[in-house]
Design a protein around this ligand. Structure first.
Ligand SMILES: *[C@@H]1O[C@H](CO)[C@@H](O)[C@H](O)[C@H]1NC(C)=O
Length: 423
């Protein structure tokens, strides 16, 4: 219902405020962006003598780009290669941001060209404040120069962070920077960070105007930075579950809530926990941005990351963000309406996520009534984590049982059954 109301509302706004409301409308992010980003795994490692394989350098991004193309990630949809903080010199030169000369010896355009030559898209990072979060030059006072630099470097994605600037001037600043990027004529996917500063980092916390976010940004970080632990995944999942009614209306083609990067392939999540993050993030219509060392990833985790059916849920063209429906015995039910719509009924992605730690798989009840689903002839159910398992049917009044492993998740797609075949 909220979705419909919101669409009506924006229709009304379009009709009545056509001349004053400026929409971002850059044609980007029709589905949540997919790719790779340096921050969660590689942070601000800048000592290339000590950590040559891990430091934020052109070599790191070129090696990741090679693997993304050569090992099937691009074919699965992961197309952005994004730099995060700690990539520039400590001072501007002639007013311009310049990359660290030792770590990016050939300059930004060289890296951008390399990434584009592989059929990938290139993203980078700035901060709207006086300095970035790690203390590198900020964009405040240099907005037009930096927007032009992004265009000159042929950047496709910008994360504009919000450290070292007062929340009271952030919103206008982000809007202004968006306009300056538009003026360059280059369509650049715009990732905004101001909600995270309003809702998490600044005291007292407050709720930003999400209508402005939709008009200004393609995606926005709502809440805290993710860390390499299941605890961090669940903390962020809790925020999205607690605030789903408020946040869901603002997600859709062109504009997405962003719970931060996927941790898969790193140190903190077990295999089961990796399934849980992937399922929750797909339900949330989250950007699928990896932040891991693709050179050392295990085959099992790689298979999860490349799971086409789960990617299809995340990238569903209806773009409706899902939510946590219920929690019973520390087993949570998450649900998201997806395509195809059959006889006016949605299909659904349904995840059962366990917060249990008692040794064996925990049995849970699986019924349409509990999911609030009503299609008279029931649904065809596909197990998204077990491609070999045959799909099965569930009808109204039926109660099936399945088991979910400790701290893991089961993930299904339910498609409405029609009587068309029988006629
Ligand atoms: C979510 O809500 C629960 C229950 O009110 C609360 O204990 C928890 O701290 C909330 N978590 C977040 C991250 O908002």
């Amino acid at each position: 219902m909220t979705i419909i109301n919101k669409n009506l509302l924006s229709l009304v706004c379009t009709v009545f405020l056509m001349s004053t409301v400026q929409s971002l409308d850059n044609g980007l992010a029709k589905t949540p962006p997919m790719g790779w980003m340096s921050w969660e795994r590689f942070r601000c490692i800048t000592d290339c003598d000590k950590y040559p394989d891990e430091c934020i350098s052109e070599r790191l991004f070129m090696e990741m780009a090679d693997i993304i193309v050569n090992e099937g990630y691009l074919a699965a949809g992961y197309e952005y290669v994004n730099i995060d903080d700690c990539w520039t010199e400590m001072e501007r030169e002639n007013g311009k941001i310049v990359p660290d000369k030792k770590r990016f010896p050939h300059g930004v355009k060289y890296l951008s060209d390399y990434i584009h030559s592989k059929g990938l898209k290139f993203g980078t990072y700035l901060d709207y404040g006086t300095k970035t979060c790690a203390g590198y030059p900020g964009t405040l006072g240099f907005e037009a120069t930096d927007a032009q630099s992004l265009a000159d470097w042929e950047v496709d994605f910008i994360k504009l962070d919000g450290c070292n600037i007062d929340t009271s001037v952030m919103v206008d600043g982000y809007i202004e920077f968006g306009k300056m990027m538009n003026k360059t004529g280059r369509p650049i996917m715009y990732s905004c960070s101001w909600p995270a500063y309003f809702e998490y980092y600044r005291r007292p916390t407050s709720i930003p105007d999400y209508d402005i976010l939709v008009e200004t940004c393609n995606l926005w970080r709502n809440y805290v930075d993710i860390d390499d632990s299941y605890e961090s995944v669940l903390f962020i999942a809790d925020y999205f579950a607690n605030n789903s009614d408020r946040l869901i209306p603002y997600a859709g083609p062109g504009h997405w809530n962003d719970p931060d990067t996927l941790l898969l392939g790193n140190f903190g999540l077990s295999y089961e926990q990796s399934k849980a993050q992937l399922a929750i993030w797909a339900i949330l219509a989250a950007p699928f941005l990896l932040s891991t060392d693709l050179r050392t990833i295990t085959p099992e985790i790689k298979e999860l990351i490349l799971n086409r059916e789960i990617i299809a849920i995340d990238q569903d063209k209806l773009g409706i963000q899902g939510k946590r429906l219920s929690a019973l015995n520390r087993i949570e039910t998450w649900i998201r309406p997806v395509s195809p719509i059959v006889n006016n009924e949605y299909s659904y992605a349904v995840a059962f996520v366990s917060r249990r730690t008692d040794g064996h798989g925990y049995a849970f009840e699986f019924s349409l009534e509990k999911l609030g689903l009503t299609n008279l002839l029931g649904y065809e159910v596909k197990d998204l984590f077990d491609s070999k398992r045959e799909s099965f049917k569930i009808t109204l009044g039926q109660s099936l049982e399945d088991r979910v492993n400790p701290t893991g998740a089961n993930f299904y797609k339910l498609t409405p059954i029609t009587n068309r075949a029988r006629r």
